[in-house]
Ligand binder design. Structure first.
Ligand code: UGB
Length: 598
């Protein structure tokens, strides 16, 4: 208290609040005024920041923490009283009429959508030292995730505006949620690459702040062990995206500009944009306020399951139940065996891939009530069964997919299940952990993420009529994967299945050892027989017909060991590198028609 004289009126207020909230331990070892005064002021700067960046301030944070910590100690299940059942949603099969129809509707709606990428996570599980969006999604074209996302949004914008009579100038807004861990490097990646072709003002970065750590069950804030003037902080989770969007004022700007949808997505799923047009079509057709994208899920797979929860008092909600909660919930209610596969070989609960499509109007209405606050949880690691102390400090967390939890029963909450090969192959696990994934479950590694892109592109081409040779099985970093022909294309070449079909004609074939990199828009495959590597680059106004027989030694995948520290991390995490032995590379940079027929 002697130190109060050092403080500004606002800082004094903060100090009183902390004392009232049982946080006197924070000042226990503070020396007399005159000693370390700057550090004391800096402490209050941090307190003010923590207070301002949490809805309801620190008082609210500490109160919620006490309640959730007491629930956790008592072993209270957040789903007590709820019985899970399998909800109904839209299940799509790639390429059939229904799918094509939804894609068409989706593309029409795309100009009314804003995209939000949550990229504040560092990806501890992946063990990569850079930011995840800078990782190449595949190493044939070496396109990084962020570039692919931006080019997909730009291609969607263009395709959608083309459908408007007389065209339209709409620029699809793109928000990236960053954190202190990722902000500077994300900005630097954008700036050093001219925003990958997007207008810089089209992109907005919103930085999430960390929250205070909790030292014990009484909700005492944790002090940094090395510096008594710093409160320990940790990430609060991707759920922050809702309060950040709300406080940024962007939602109202979008609404006033005539936008109708907000699409949320995660940082390393290279397949996602293949699923977006059709899912947005589902949202528009079914008028879903909330549409979660989902894929068939293996029981116990480490992704959340979408379930309908019905409470004894009649309340129902369709919500993601995280994988660690689904099994106990099922055991306690409808199935003593817990989370098990059904006769299809998959869990009856679709897997949440954390891609959400929200209708903007109802979203704003809801956030106006909640301020964007999302139901939180706490996950302390206790030292023993008495649950009286923690191994290390904990904090409150929140997840973006918990948004529907506060919605009224009238809200239209649905989901769209897609083929897994089309929609979901995130890069989350390091090689060692991926190699330990039970056989048959997805690895979710850099290796599987890249292979999934080749497989999806090969399967799409196959469906469009190209003869693509069957894959071979190969092992990289201890993971057995299907290796398909390495086919990649720019989003503007084939955003939808219809686009791809329009680019392919006659009778074309691609052998398994082949690589095909399509780097342009108006490139048409006609009676092409490819056995080797072919790279086609073309400018916007060139039109290139690619046919004939291309045969060369091609690009070979060579195994590398992830422990070999002489190699770049991007290569090691995949377990292979591409040896570009021989290829045919053609570049067309004049605005006219060309024909490649070797
Ligand atoms: N993220 C942030 O932007 N800020 C944060 O504070 C934390 C993360 P993870 P997670 O796809 O398999 C989710 O860590 O949270 C970003 C779903 O909850 O990769 O363990 C981060 O940058 C789960 O239901 O995933 O699990 C990244 O883009 C399931 O769908 C994103 O949030 C699972 O993803 C996800 O962060 C999955």
């Amino acid at each position: 208290l002697n130190n109060l004289s050092l403080l500004s009126p606002h800082q004094i207020e903060m100090a009183k609040m902390l004392l009232e909230m049982g946080q006197s331990h924070l000042f226990e070892h503070w020396p007399e005024p005159g000693i370390e005064d700057d550090e004391k002021r800096a402490f209050f700067d941090q307190v003010a920041k923590l207070d301002a960046s949490y809805p309801g301030g620190l008082v609210s944070y500490i109160k919620t923490a006490r309640k959730l910590l007491a629930d956790s100690k008592a072993g209270r299940n957040p789903f007590d009283g709820f019985t899970p059942s399998v909800p109904s949603g839209e299940s799509l099969t790639f390429g059939n009429d229904n799918f094509v129809q939804f894609e068409e509707t989706g593309i029409r709606e795309m100009k009314n959508a804003a995209f939000v990428l949550v990229a504040g996570g560092l990806g501890e599980r992946l063990g990569y030292n850079g930011i995840k969006v800078a990782l190449p999604q595949e190493s044939s074209s070496e396109t990084c995730f962020l570039q692919h996302f931006i080019e997909s949004i730009l291609a969607s914008q263009e395709a959608s505006c083309k459908l408007v009579e007389g065209g339209c100038q709409r620029q699809i807004p793109f928000v990236i949620m960053t954190s202190d861990d990722t902000h500077a490097r994300t900005l630097e990646l954008l700036e050093s690459n001219d925003y990958f072709g997007m207008t810089p003002t089209q992109v907005k970065l919103l930085k999430q702040e960390k929250v205070a750590c909790l030292a014990d069950n009484d909700g005492r804030l944790a002090v940094d062990p090395k510096n008594k003037y710093i409160i320990q902080t940790k990430p609060h989770g991707h759920g922050d995206v809702h309060s950040l969007l709300y406080s940024s004022g962007l939602l109202n700007i979008w609404r006033d500009a005539g936008m109708r949808w907000v699409l949320f997505f995660q940082d390393t799923n290279g397949l996602l944009f293949k699923a977006i047009p059709a899912s947005l079509g589902v949202s528009a057709t079914k008028q879903y306020h909330v549409n979660s994208l989902a894929v068939p899920r293996k029981a116990k797979e480490a992704i959340g399951g979408i379930a309908k929860l019905t409470h004894a008092d009649g309340r129902t909600m369709v919500i993601n139940v995280e994988y660690n909660q689904l099994d106990p919930l099922l055991r306690a209610t409808v199935n003593p065996d817990g989370d098990v596969n059904c006769e299809t070989g998959y869990s009856p609960f679709p897997g949440n891939i954390n891609q959400l499509i929200l209708e903007l109007g109802p979203y704003i209405e809801e956030l106006t009530k909640t301020g964007g606050a999302i139901e939180e949880f706490v996950n302390p690691k206790y030292t023993d069964a008495t649950k009286s102390s923690f191994k290390s400090s904990t904090r409150l967390e929140c997840m973006m997919q918990d948004y529907p939890k506060t919605l009224p029963p009238t809200a239209r909450v649905g989901f769209t299940v897609m083929d897994i090969w089309l929609a979901y192959a995130p890069v989350k696990n390091n090689p060692e952990d991926a190699a330990k994934v039970p056989k048959g479950n997805p690895y979710h590694s850099a290796t599987s993420g890249e292979m999934a892109i080749y497989r999806a592109n090969s399967l799409i081409l196959k469906k469009a009529g190209v003869k693509v040779e069957d894959p071979v099985l190969q092992v990289f970093n201890g993971q057995e994967v299907e290796v398909w022909s390495r086919v990649t294309w720019k989003p503007k070449w084939g955003l939808t299945f219809t686009d791809v079909k329009n680019k392919v004609s006659g009778s074309s074939s691609i052998s398994q050892k082949s690589t095909l990199v399509i780097n342009g828009r108006n490139i048409f495959l006609e009676d092409l027989s490819l056995d080797g590597a072919l790279v086609i680059n073309s400018i916007e106004d060139a039109e290139v017909k690619v046919g004939g027989s291309v045969q060369n030694k091609g690009w070979i995948l060579e195994n590398v060991d992830y422990k070999d520290t002489s190699l770049p991390e991007e290569v090691r995490t995949r377990g292979f590198r591409i040896n570009r032995v021989e290829q045919l590379e053609k570049t067309y940079n004049e605005p006219r028609k060309f024909c490649l027929k070797p």
